[in-house]
Design a protein around this ligand. Structure first.
Ligand code: ZN
Length: 321
């Protein structure tokens, strides 16, 4: 009889993919422009650590998000030899054309599950967003580029509160009808909780079984990794996170960073879920990112180290408690 793996014991899948979104979701909310060569170094460091899925930039209007104005230059500096899939956010046909020209592997179209956040984020209705994606998909198809679909405010909206699960299912269905088979549920402002994760994953699986679900959490209320745990129990194998816990959403009030990539990889490692990522290298990238950004990032493992990284006894003061 073969022994059950730790992942099996936990009721988790044996493998999970990490989608690093720090260079896009993380950096887009940084007020100071991060030089192109630093962005390239960040992405190359992540690829070197074993990350194989990255959102590297965004082909949005440089006026709306000045941090992403160097999207094409960033792409041309990235190490393409290791087979990492480079994705970029694309809001419309113009962005799609720029993305193809720059040699992107996958485009991410995005819209909100709630009407008011969609207006605030992209200044159009949800139906107008969906109508525009048809053209993006045609441009992607013609160039052999993959398209992923993202649903923001999938677990709650900062303006409307709870978002009906039917909104999320309805958008996923429309994505699937456009030929999009990977759909990411975005917890834009950190409103996800474990029961909501379970509810939404189950509703999607039942209504649109032919899509792959990705989960995108922010740690705004401290339950980001617990939501991953809930996702793992539902068999979800694709998680979006950002190095050091960089991030936020410039159009959502008080949104804080994404769940932290190295903290996530640590948890998955400890649960026996394989990611193919080298944790030591990832921590080094997180520390370099902190130096680049010039402030302390929320990631915890980069400060404490893995649990079995031991300390010399005389290097630590002992206090009661
Ligand atoms: Zn996000």
């Amino acid at each position: 009889m073969t022994r059950r793996s730790t992942a099996e014991e936990m009721g988790f899948p044996s493998r999970a993919s990490i989608v690093e979104v720090g260079p896009r979701d993380g950096l887009q909310s940084e007020p100071n422009f991060v030089p192109t060569e630093k962005k390239v170094a960040l992405v190359n460091g992540l690829i070197d650590a074993g990350i194989r899925h990255l959102e590297v930039t965004s082909f949005v209007s440089p006026r709306a998000v000045p941090q992403m104005r160097d999207a094409s230059q960033v792409l041309s500096g990235i190490n393409r030899t290791k087979g990492a899939v480079l994705a970029a956010l694309v809001p419309n046909a113009r962005g799609a054309e720029r993305a193809v020209e720059a040699g992107i592997d996958a485009m991410v179209v995005f819209m909100s599950a709630s009407e008011s956040h969609n207006h605030k984020n992209v200044n159009r209705s949800r139906e107008e967003s969906l109508a525009g994606f048809g053209e993006v998909c045609r441009i992607a198809d013609a160039s052999g580029t993959a398209v992923f679909g993202a649903i923001a405010t999938a677990f709650g909206c900062p303006f409307e509160g709870d978002v009906p699960v039917e909104n999320v299912v309805g958008i996923a269905r429309r994505y699937r009808d456009m030929g999009i088979t990977t759909v990411s549920l975005g917890d834009t402002t950190g409103m996800a909780t474990p029961p909501r994760v379970r509810e939404r994953c189950r509703a999607l699986r039942a209504a649109v079984p032919d899509i792959d679900i990705a989960l995108h959490f922010h740690n705004t209320r401290g339950v980001g990794l617990v939501c991953v745990y809930a996702g793992l129990l539902e068999g979800v194998t694709r998680y979006e996170s950002s190095i050091g816990g960089l991030g936020g959403c410039p159009f959502a009030p008080k949104a804080t960073g994404n769940i932290c990539t190295e903290d996530l990889v640590y948890m998955l490692d400890e649960c026996g879920v394989e990611t193919g990522v080298d944790l030591g290298k990832l921590i080094a990238v997180a520390q370099r990112t902190e130096a680049t950004i010039g402030r302390t990032l929320p990631g915890q493992l980069m400060k404490a180290g893995p649990r079995l990284e031991l300390h010399a006894m005389d290097a630590v003061a002992t206090a009661n408690g």
